[in-house]
Design a protein around this ligand. Structure first.
Ligand code: ZN
Length: 485
């Protein structure tokens, strides 16, 4: 046992340790010095500057939100409250093809680039500048950044409604390489969205070839998640395989009533493909999605809520059909009048969500959008909802499995070293929570409410949240891809 010569900075005594590996919960002590976990076991003989007693509480590795759009939120020096209060200690940014960098200030910001920020936020002509900004003014939580393919397209192309030419691909490769050299942990695409819709698999493959030597990962919001879901999965598998890069399918879902139930088949596809290549996936525990307001997305929905609208903020939080009715116009016309805007889309079946979230290889990613007056409740509730509703109440998985999805599985898949487990030598990212009461409280009507049951959150050894109180500190680090030379 180590650490006996010096007392601990933090000592968790008699806590129920859920170590992130999926292994059984066990009672014990955990000692922290500086930013690291240094000892686990019976530490009753050593003193500590601060002791926290378990009393039936569980101690887990801090949750890793693998799918976020917190690129700008992380920069703003705030406590990242929606994530911190869920027990999240690390966020992965740059998802769905969109990242704040590299893009020259003043560039056009076609949707969905505007879901992560506006022109004031897009001020980093190189990826290094973004990373430096995060390091100069560190975030509250750890941030692992990816670079987005749509952002690269906007940076080098005069119009986006066509495939990139070979010289444009070459220009994107240079920007991508700069991002990788500056520590980007991966590349994301958002092939569904207009800025990247016309990008053929060959364009993506050319960029992915750059990833292979670096050990970076590829995440994709696929070309289609409704009527061509299976085709899109196959395209993603094939492109990643051709480049020999690890693939993560973002927010896996079966959209639109006629596609409900397809997860039976798609999860079998994951089982099959995982025999021959590295493929992971993430999901959020809700039957509604959220994004920019787009007419083609509205078609697949039972119901659409407006989360924000620049010209009509008075309709934030309202039902789109209702607004169209009041305006006495078609849905399409109402959308035109509301743009630029964001929306919540009800288009999934609860059975599919349960099946996907409880699939052993699924990680948890909130996909929360920290913009807009009435955000989707996943921004504030995702992790406690999986723990409280899907694991404890519905018994779809054990609490250890649920924690594994949010911690070690995420760290392994995205290659975040020394995080995601309660292990000696690992960073002291920790969450103390009450397994009996942990639950989300955010709803579509009142989305900005803190989850219940999260007692304490520690980031790199610094206590950031305790008993409802947030300390305005910024112990977060930029997690760069480990150099592989
Ligand atoms: Zn997405």
């Amino acid at each position: 046992m180590t650490g006996h010569e010096r007392s601990y900075d933090l000592l968790f005594r008699d806590v129920d340790i859920i170590d992130g590996t999926g292994g059984k919960i066990r009672r014990g002590d955990v000692g922290v010095i500086d930013d690291r976990i240094v000892a686990i076991g019976d530490l009753s003989t050593t003193g500590a500057r601060r002791e926290i007693t378990g009393n039936g509480l569980a101690l887990a590795p801090g949750f890793i939100d693998v799918h976020t759009h917190d690129d700008a939120l992380a920069l703003n020096g705030n406590p990242m409250e929606p994530k911190l209060t869920q027990g999240v200690t690390t966020v992965i940014v740059g998802n769905c093809g969109i990242s704040l960098s590299p893009l020259k200030p003043g560039s056009p910001l076609p949707p969905p680039l505007n879901i992560i920020g506006d022109s004031d936020d897009y001020r980093f002509p190189t990826f290094r500048k973004y990373v430096e900004a995060l390091e100069t003014r560190p975030p509250a939580l750890n941030v692992a950044p990816m670079v987005g393919h749509s952002t690269l397209r906007v940076a080098v192309m005069d119009r986006l409604d066509r495939p990139a030419t070979s010289s444009e691909i070459a220009a994107m490769e240079i920007l991508l390489q700069e991002a990788l050299d500056s520590g980007a942990i991966g590349l994301s695409t958002g092939l569904y969205y207009p800025p990247a819709r016309e990008a053929p698999p060959g364009e993506v493959l050319a960029l992915l070839m750059r990833l292979a030597p670096s050990g970076a990962v590829y995440t994709t919001h696929m070309r289609n998640e409704d009527d061509f879901l299976e085709e899109s999965l196959r395209e993603s598998f094939e492109t990643a395989k051709a480049a020999n890069v690890p693939l993560i399918i973002s927010h896996h879902k079966c959209m639109g009533r006629r596609n409900h139930g397809l997860s039976h088949r798609t999860l079998k596809m994951f089982d099959e493909v995982r025999k021959t290549q590295e493929v992971g996936l993430d999901a959020y525990p809700y039957t509604a999605g959220s994004s920019a307001l787009l007419p083609e997305m509205v078609e697949q929905c039972e119901r659409v809520l407006i989360t924000w609208s620049t010209p009509h903020p008075e309709h934030n939080g309202r039902d789109l059909a209702q607004v169209a009715k009041e305006w006495d116009c078609s849905i399409t016309d109402a959308i035109d009048r509301l743009l630029p805007a964001g929306a919540v889309y009800f288009h999934m079946a609860e059975d599919d969500v349960r099946r996907i979230v409880s699939y052993p290889h699924t990680m948890i990613g909130s996909d929360g959008l920290p913009r807009g007056a009435r955000p989707h409740p996943r921004l504030w509730g995702t992790f406690p909802r999986v723990l409280g509703r899907y694991a404890r109440d519905l018994k779809l998985m054990s609490i250890e499995r649920a924690v594994h999805k949010m911690t070690a599985l995420a760290a392994e898949t995205f290659r975040l070293s020394d995080r995601g487990r309660i292990a000696e030598g690992h960073f002291a990212d920790l969450v103390l929570f009450d397994p009996k009461s942990v639950i989300d409280t955010a709803t579509y009507e009142a989305p900005e409410t803190r989850a219940a049951g999260i007692r304490m959150v520690v980031v790199n050894g610094t206590v950031l949240l305790e008993d409802g109180k947030i300390h305005k500190l910024r112990p977060g680090k930029v997690i760069r891809r480990a150099a592989t030379t």
